[in-house]
Ligand binder design. Sequence first.
Ligand code: GLU
Length: 594
Amino acid sequence: MRILPVFVVATLAATPAVAAPARWGPTASGTGGAVATVDSTATAVGLDVLRHGGNAVDAAVAAAATLGVTEPFSAGIGGGGFFVYYDAKQHQVSTIDGREAGPATMTSGYFVDPADGQPYDFPEARVSGLSVGVPGTLATWEAAATSWGTRSLASLLEPAAEVADRGFPVDDNFRKLVTDNADAFGRFDSTRALYLPGGAPPALGSIQRNPDLAATYRQIAAQGTGVFYRGAVGADLIKAVQHPPVSANPVGVWPYPIRPGVLTAADLAGYRVRTPAPLRSEFRGLSVYGMPAPSSGGVAVLEALNLLETSHLSAADRTKALHYYLEASALSFADRNRYLGDGTPQAVVDKLISDSWARQRACRIAPTTAMIKPAAPGDITGPGCATAKVGGPTEQGQSTTNLTVADRWGNVVEYTFTIEQTGGSAIVVPGRGFLLNNELTDFNFTNTQAPAADPNLPGPGKRPRSSMAPTIVFKNDKPFLAVGAPGGVTIITTVLQILVNRLILGMSLPAAMAAPRASQRNTDGIQAEPGFHATYGPALTALGHTFGPDVPELGAATAVEITGYGGFIASAEPTRRGGGAAAVLWPSNSGRQE
Ligand code: GLU
């Protein structure tokens, strides 16, 4: 979303206020540092932190906090995410798993209605206290700022608090997201008061303010994150989960009861981010780093790249490259669905991202004939081309946000975070100004892999499987490309396709981002944007690929390429979700920064 800041963004306490630019475009090249987000205000805040000497982590946290204000339906302190960081001085890639956690009392039948033994309908599960996991976003920001930043978390929250106080103009996208969610938002007094003023979505161009969120950020700044995890903010959060603030005079129509959740203050107090080692795999002499479980994003992207590496693909034969892209994606989704979840043994993960597994799985891909979908997962216990029994479908979703930051010292952040569905659980914590996630609906409600075990069933304190895939690629031991995307399960295919476009088809980064997308997630029909279907559909159909109904767009990615000698190409979407905002600190003469 592109939101025009209509005010001056005052930044770090000790630094002068700077005017935000009228509008950032999708591409910028130059030096000094780079920021790419989906929103001009967040990019302006991140860039301003870099300008005043903050590093990539400082800028990422400040921009993320701002996205919590301007992109409240995609992300915020009511949600979670995955943070990948390259520290140039230490020459080390680290990660933060800030995924939401389920309650200690959660069992595999959590989303099964005890009244009839059937799983809840998805909307019924989503808009409830049951779907809310312990948010990990604030703990992620604190861990990042404390471990690698140079500014206090308090100072990094302040620009976002100012944006929340002063507000921003409602654009088409913001209004549409409220309109799409009006029946759910209309259930809760707190959500309705914030997003349905007078019982209807806010008018185009009206100023959207959120003083409650500004106050929450400032309270956290003053008292520390303990006030969220163990204090007054947390108490309000738990109350909203256990006793959702259901309106006596709801707006709109909602056919389901609002079920209370069972998350407790002890669950909240017990939350800790995890800092697992990143996944790493080699692709054509490049090193690719991704996020391990409970995200499936890193495994699926790395497995698919390994599969692609087994064949000789080049820009000269684009149809062949796209055929292999779609097939590799389908196979890695089959394996992901069967094997990936919170707690997947490291040996299984290591096997899935190994070259030997890719060689074993590549026998399923025929050079000129698409395989029948769904393809079965590989048999991880056996050699050769054997497959395990085919599993069931996978979770859906199209929300989330992503940002990429690189600084002049060579540090790089790739960060994807979310509240799950657009609008999360639809519950704004009363008086606190933020939406609660519905991340626990990323668990499978019943076993999708029978007779095999489903790795993504709910369990005590467990984190639901994600598709988020923040990725950093290294060339000659130096960061070369950082990329990530929103879009639920399509995150994996969007990140993979951008890598295919850039690394195999030789497109420039902006072209790789803008190119029309398609997503093959081991289902009958490819989900494609109209531009992809029209251009490549005939040749791919001739190979046996089938297309489902077109979708208007897939993903809203951000990326930064490091060009050597301190140069950056920052890249965001030209048009998807209204276009993103890419900026560099010192634009080069030839660089565009429109
Ligand atoms: N919950 C999703 C995931 O973690 C992201 C939400 C979405 O993009 O729809 O994979």
